[in-house]
Design a protein around this ligand. Structure first.
Ligand code: ADP
Length: 272
């Protein structure tokens, strides 16, 4: 369980997080949403001990992060897997060695590493790519590799920072399905930072909205989307886009079906 209590974080004179309070229970898939620059990634970095906060407390499974020294933070971080929008893979290493990186840092034996990497590659569906370089993989496959690497140390938490933002819709849904099945299989608590509302609706059961460094709303995803409070409407409004395309009736039906599966709000205007 993660308890964030009155956390304040600033960079020089700029306040980024102000009195942030949040509780994330075990096994939740928790969406942290809000416009760009509002402090979502900074909060994730505080959770994994990469950023220090000026005041308040972050308590993870009973351990107060602000009380840990650098070595203890490093060990503690084994509990936290992290994946990013840009995948953060190492181009000159093959997929096997990208996945094995955390285990190599912790000096695991070659046999343990081989067994674990092969097990994860099979679980994630990239067993035929272990000898390839990242540049030979699609975006969705690269994110699968990053997920496998994040899972090597058997973390209790998986932190996802805009992990589908650079993927096409098909890869996005396959990564969301993978995350859902990993959560069910291994009871990992997942925290998802995103500006994509469809991702929250599709994947998360709890959510919090950050506005100007403060939590403006938190609660159950289904209830929040049903009640559509102002904080959510403001965010959804930001998602509005005007797209002009010419489609025949069959194509239009397919697009509508896809938008419905994504939980996207849309309005169709124009000639039929
Ligand atoms: P979000 O993830 O919501 O887009 P970030 O947490 O990345 O927002 O950034 C929040 C604010 O903190 C931004 O104004 C950003 O410029 C600032 N910021 C983030 N990291 C640093 C840093 N290392 N030094 C100075 N300012 C930073």
């Amino acid at each position: 369980m993660i308890e964030i209590l009155n956390v304040n974080k600033s960079f020089k004179n700029t306040d980024v997080l102000t009195d942030v309070n949040l509780t994330i229970q075990d096994n939740e898939v928790f969406g942290l949403v809000g416009p760009s620059g509002v402090g979502k990634s900074t909060l994730l970095n505080c959770l994994i001990g990469l950023e220090k906060y000026q005041s308040g407390s972050i308590c993870i499974d009973g351990v107060r992060l602000e009380e840990l020294n650098e070595l203890k933070i490093r060990k503690f971080r084994k509990n936290m897997g992290m994946i990013f929008q840009n995948f953060s893979l190492i181009g000159r290493k093959d997929i096997f060695h990208n996945i094995s990186l955390p285990m190599e840092c912790w000096n695991y034996s070659k046999t343990d590493i081989k067994n674990r990497v092969e097990e994860l590659a099979e679980l994630i569906g990239i067993q035929d790519k272990l000898k390839n370089r990242p540049s030979e993989l699609s975006g969705g496959q690269k994110q699968r590799v990053a997920i496998a690497r994040a899972l090597t140390m058997n973390p209790r938490y998986l932190l996802c920072d805009e992990c589908t933002s650079s993927l096409d819709p098909k890869s996005t849904s396959s990564i969301l399905e993978l995350l859902k099945s990993l959560q069910e299989q291994f009871q990992i608590t997942i925290i998802v930072v995103t500006h994509e509302m469809a991702v929250v609706q599709n994947l998360c059961n709890k959510m919090a909205i950050l506005e100007s460094g403060k939590v403006s709303l938190s609660g159950d995803v289904q209830e929040i989307f049903k009640e559509k409070p102002e904080q959510l409407r403001t965010l959804l409004g930001e998602d509005e886009r005007m797209v002009s395309i010419t489609l025949d009736v069959a194509e239009l039906a397919k697009v509508k079906e896809y938008l419905d599966t994504q939980g996207t709000n849309y309005k169709i205007t124009g000639g039929y």
